[in-house]
Write a protein that binds this ligand. Sequence first.
Ligand SMILES: NC(=O)c1ccc[n+]([C@@H]2O[C@H](COP(=O)([O-])OP(=O)(O)OC[C@H]3O[C@@H](n4cnc5c(N)ncnc54)[C@H](OP(=O)(O)O)[C@@H]3O)[C@@H](O)[C@H]2O)c1
Length: 267
Amino acid sequence: MKILIIGGGNMGQSFAKSFINNFITDVENFAVLEKDSSKFEALKKIGIKHIYQSPTEKITEADLVVLAVKPQAFAGLATEIKNFISPEQVVLSIMAGVSIAKIEQYLGLDKIIRAMPNIAAQIGEGMSVFTSSDAVTRIELVTVQNLLESTGKNLYVANEDLIDAGTAVSGSGPAYVLYFMEAMMQAGIRLGFTKPQAEMLTYQTFKGIVEFFQNSPDDYRQLIDKIASKGGTTEAAIRFLDENKTNELIQKAVFKAYQRAKELGKF
Ligand SMILES: NC(=O)c1ccc[n+]([C@@H]2O[C@H](COP(=O)([O-])OP(=O)(O)OC[C@H]3O[C@@H](n4cnc5c(N)ncnc54)[C@H](OP(=O)(O)O)[C@@H]3O)[C@@H](O)[C@H]2O)c1
């Protein structure tokens, strides 16, 4: 299968790395279209042999075209590539917010798969939510699902609106987790640890509880209650978070991301 990734930035590189490391396709059958030449070195390091700076006839040869540009860049890109693409090609879009209908309208093709991955795709530990247009055959869908599997876990949804919801939860989610970790680390520093010490305490606490939780029969609240013994230190912290409506605030933040995904699709 010939694969072309358009946009060799953060996500384009993550996908390229996963595809190459998992022998998804031969490097000869793999190309990246990237207009920013300062990214070429990084792309070559990953092992990409064919890098194009502007659309060429070669685009026509790809069986699968992965759209990994920013949503704001899509309309411009569509005019550039429209004459080089054909209806037999399958498009996998990882752009936030841009609907299948918009992609069909701008590119004039109807085999579209929309996926929302996250940054951990780079190490094969990502989480993707994906859906597809009716024109995508079962075989094409399974093929793309296999590709997504090389980047981590994935969840198929029939309702396209859940792609924007997934964008808000797991797509942007890694940044929320890091935001919380950073705050915990900063508190550790204020309490007397050096930065490396506070980083170690924070990192291992996250890693440990994620693995522990995975093997625990409890849900989030049950486990919180187990850790927060009555009258203890954890209870004091959790009570403060609850009193300050932190849970609601985090949920509102996730909704902001969802609304932004909807806005990004309006052009
Ligand atoms: N970052 C994440 O964690 C994440 C997670 C899930 C989904 N996504 C989605 O993935 C997409 C890419 O995000 P990103 O963070 O990888 O962005 P990025 O680092 O900016 O990468 C996009 C690349 O595409 C290039 N580009 C733009 N227009 C082009 C064109 N017409 N032809 C060829 N190359 C072009 C850009 O070049 P210039 O810089 O010169 O414009 C840039 O190098 C977005 O749609 C985003 O919603 C990102």
